[in-house]
Ligand binder design. Structure first.
Ligand code: SAM
Length: 653
């Protein structure tokens, strides 16, 4: 992927210059008072820009583009990282627009805003004008990169927002703006969110909670899932209060059961289980049993989708006990049994899996099989993955279903060049994957820790808070750094991959595997299932390696390993190639170039004797660049292609 994208030096320089100028302006203004905006002008500015953006007229002025394989690649400047707010709303002090200071993170504070203008939606950001609660003052609010939730632009999704620990800074054009990088710092409020909850009036509370429930049901029918969720949540807040919850617990149970369903559709799986549990009546009459059966089904499906198969099995068995004639429970129990078998034995019905795959269904339903491996320290390489039993060549080492994958044909796919202010480097980044992972973590706080445990250079502030009362806390800078070091491409399985939309994914267990140029395992993919096979026999206790970069060119490989993964490879092959020296390596690559050109223009089928002789000479010249002693036990990779050509052109009789 990295090799297909080009950025000219001038373009790179322009990006660096813009970012540095902005950062200089920012530091000059740090702590300055905010200049009030003219509300009418602000509104007009956003309205005009939104209109232009909707017509696809203006490109994002903060973003430059560069060319890949026939594609345009957006360039995104990743700002100076800062941690997300790790405190719940309750513990933050309200602030006013007038309290805002330039280039400042207002720690410990919160700002309530109301959207004033249409939203300007650009590729890597959205912005709008907002006003304070009294509607006196206006300010610009922008949300970067992670700007949508459930396919809806976050700023577009509501009128009211609370910004936790607001960051007031400048755009690249030097305009003041409230900037949200971490979506968990922006709390979305539904307009009627603050409906008055009657203190001791049970009848009024019931009326209001029932109204929210009905509104939730209507939104659900209209497939407006975020709205349905919001309405049920409001209804629950009232229905769970003692005044109503004590005499009439069934209303809260009903709403919880409904919200469990919406959560299942929204993939907010942690909350499905919590809601389902809260809805159990545990009564024996037929109606109650049916309702509880539904809730067990929802909880079972959520546990299943998170790969918690034993828990799913228990839920589905409960469902079956309550409603023995229910066919769904039977089907689910059978499916769980298949997953548990895969997990235990590593035996998959690959034919069936393959036949079920399509562009529309690119994710497979399978369990991961990792039990023959364990994570341990790997001296000099951080942590690594080790075999816990001996594995023969060709055998499966492990299989893993992706934690998250974005396919090239999906709208989320987006590869961007990111400029990192910390090391002044411009890199190719799967920003679409980072966005999807952030989204998944926001919806499922229980998964935050396992992703954050992965290797990334960004250490944040060390607090590692994964949730507050308001939901998951996700540090997007950290996710970005983790993705840079741990994402892999499952290949062009659906044949429409370009530089801008390469398929990428995250496999959490496999992310612990270190690189070696002479690896003992190789990955292949079926859909989003990664299958790692041993390429030679592996002893119990031996570290497992795969190759992050298979380039035969030592220098290109070292550059890629350093730029993308930040390390210098010191495997036996790299050590030998280092000892060869530059002159020999150059000579070898020159011969490889000649051999490649020869292979390109000379088909092996029906090759003439003269051509075969030429290939033999080339193969021998490549072979001669290897020192016999130094490479006694090492692969001579440069000659592999021409040797393959020869083997096909002059097969042994
Ligand atoms: C996908 S992670 C592998 C797991 C990682 N070692 C850990 O501790 O989580 C990739 C990172 O591991 C380290 N790494 C992988 N292979 C290495 C090697 N051969 N030598 C040194 N570091 C390596 C690099 O820091 C790289 O960015």
């Amino acid at each position: 992927m990295a090799n297909t994208i080009f950025l000219t030096e001038q373009e790179a320089e322009r990006i660096r210059k813009t970012v540095k100028e902005r950062s200089k302006k920012c530091s000059e203004q740090t702590g300055h008072e905010r200049e009030p905006r003219d509300k009418t002008a602000a509104h007009q500015q956003a309205t005009g820009a939104a209109l232009m953006a909707d017509m696809g007229g203006v490109p994002d002025p903060d973003m430059t583009q560069t060319k890949g394989r026939g594609d345009t690649i957006p360039v995104v400047a990743v700002g100076q990282p800062y941690p997300p707010c790790a405190v719940s709303l309750e513990d933050l002090q309200p602030m006013k627009f007038a309290d805002l200071r330039m280039e400042t993170h207002h720690r410990g504070r919160k700002l309530t805003v109301k959207r004033l203008s249409p939203v300007v939606t650009l590729v890597a950001r959205s912005w709008t004008m907002v006003q304070d609660e009294k509607e006196e003052e206006a300010e610009r609010l922008e949300i970067c990169l992670h700007k949508s939730k459930h396919n809806e632009d976050i700023l577009e999704s509501a009128k009211f927002f609370i910004i936790k620990e607001p960051y007031f800074t400048l755009t690249d054009q030097g305009e003041a703006t409230l900037r949200v990088d971490h979506p968990s710092d922006l709390i979305i409020c539904q307009e009627e969110a603050h409906g008055t909850i009657p203190g001791d009036d049970a009848a009024a509370a019931e009326k209001l909670a029932t109204r929210y429930k009905a509104q939730g049901n209507t939104a659900l029918k209209q497939q407006d899932l975020p709205l349905a969720h919001a309405k049920y949540t409001e209804g629950l807040k009232i229905a769970e209060q003692d005044v109503l919850g004590n005499p009439n617990p069934d209303l809260a149970r009903d709403i919880s059961r409904n919200r469990a369903y919406v959560n299942l559709l929204l993939n907010q799986l942690d909350e499905v289980v919590t809601d389902a549990r809260a809805s159990f009546t545990s009564r024996d009459d037929q109606r109650s049993k049916e309702l509880d059966s539904k809730a067990y089904y929802r909880a079972g499906s959520a546990a299943y989708n998170q790969g918690r198969y034993q828990e799913a099995k228990r839920f589905f068995e409960e469902q079956q006990k309550l409603t023995p004639d229910d066919k769904d429970a039977k089907t689910q129990i059978k499916k769980v049994a298949s997953r548990l078998r895969e997990r235990e034995t590593g035996t998959y019905d690959l034919v069936k899996i393959r036949s079920g795959l399509s562009r529309a269904r690119p994710r497979i339903d399978a369990a991961s099989f990792i039990k023959n491996t364990e994570i341990r320290d790997s001296p000099g390489r951080g942590r690594g993955l080790y075999a816990t039993r001996s594995i023969t060549a060709g055998e499966i080492v492990m299989c893993e279903k992706a934690f998250c994958v974005v396919w090239s044909h999906e709208s989320e796919a987006l590869t961007a060049m990111t400029y990192d202010v910390r090391d002044d480097k411009i890199r190719v980044s799967p920003v679409g994957l980072s966005k999807s992972i952030v989204q998944k973590l926001l919806s499922n706080p229980s998964q935050v820790e396992s992703v954050m445990h992965l290797f990334g250079d960004y250490q944040g502030d060390g607090r590692n808070v994964s949730a507050t009362e308001d939901g998951a806390v996700v540090d997007v800078f950290r996710v970005h750094d983790i993705m840079s070091r741990n994402a892999f491409g499952p290949g062009d399985q659906y044949e429409d991959e370009g530089a801008r939309n390469a398929s990428t994914g995250l496999w959490i267990h496999a992310a612990y595997i270190n690189h070696s140029c002479i690896a003992n395992a190789k990955k292949e993919y079926i859909g989003d299932l990664m299958i790692l096979r041993a390429t030679r026999s592996i002893k119990s206790g031996e570290e497992i390696f795969h190759s992050y970069d298979e380039s035969k060119d030592y220098d290109a490989r070292q550059t890629a390993l350093m730029t993308t993964w930040g390390f210098q490879c010191s495997c036996a092959l790299c050590t030998a190639e280092t000892e060869d020296g530059q002159a020999i390596r150059d000579k070898r690559m020159e011969l490889v170039g000649e051999a490649d050109a020869f292979i390109e223009k000379t088909p092996w089928a029906g090759a003439k004797r003269l051509a075969i002789r030429k290939a033999q000479r080339l193969a021998q010249s490549i072979e001669d660049t290897y020192d016999g002693e130094r490479y006694r036990e090492l692969p001579r990779t440069a000659g592999e292609r021409i040797q393959e050509w020869l083997a096909k052109a002059s097969p042994r009789k």
